[in-house]
Ligand binder design. Sequence first.
Ligand code: SF4
Ligand code: MG
Length: 317
Amino acid sequence: KNIKKYFPIKGGVLKHTVGHVKAVDDISLNVIRGETLGLVGESGSGKSTLGRVILRLLDPTEGSIQFEEQDITTLNNRKMRPIRKDMQIVFQDPFASLNGKMSVQELIEEPLLVQTKLNRREREEKAISLLEKVGLRADARTKYPHEFSGGQRQRISIARALALNPKFIVCDEPVSALDVSIQAQVLNLMADLQEEFNLTYLFIAHDLSVVKHISDRVAVMYLGRIAELAPKQGLYETPLHPYTQALLSAVPTTDVTKKREKIILKGDLPSPSNPPSGCAFRTRCPKAHERCAIVRPDLTEVSEGHFVACHLYSKED
Ligand code: SF4
Ligand code: MG
């Protein structure tokens, strides 16, 4: 609720704070139990930072985080520990996130050692069953990450994330580093696991095609804020925000009736340390008008569950 995450920028010989990167700039978001909420934005839009703040891997500058019925914003490590079991993360790059010196058995067993009282044999059994769930053979246990392909390594990361029977997983671009041919397999696996284990996902991606099938709702982020949030069908069929429309125009479609003219956005993402006044998207928006430079548009519900932050849809216009 009202999450801000500002990173100080240090400058000069005395390393004073000379400004802030506003990675997340006042976001309120619900993730509903059992759903997949897709969170999409360009790199630098703040989506990974938001994912980490939600998991309390980073402390927010402002705002609060509630998990189930509990406010967890200021819980200390000891009090967070039992809650950590329920919340996991799968990172983009399985090459970097898996310690190459640990065997697959050790990687999967590590969270079990920290958080459970399972004995050695029980941990082995658990690892074997998890490997099976993610489509790997039991003999993978004795191998090391470098002996696997990118897709297989991501399966190992997923097995590790599942070890403590979590309820909620932040999937931070888990397929972005994988070959396109492998992406669908891993996405399907994640969808199957979600069903089997009643998981809730916050699924981060940098383009709308990746989250299309797996998401129930999708939020589009731009420069630390939410531009649009809607149930999947509404977002893909009637995108309202000019930024969503541009992102969607880049998604390839085989359906000729749905072919959209490709909208090319001018310029780059502005610096999050010095975002444009008013609507942060106005420097690239084909529909920007006078009001957009002056007033920041609030995220407003325009039809059931469909929210947009754009003056084209606000009543004052
Ligand atoms: Fe474009 Fe203005 Fe809407 Fe921002 S508020 S998206 S600049 S039309
Ligand atoms: Mg990221």
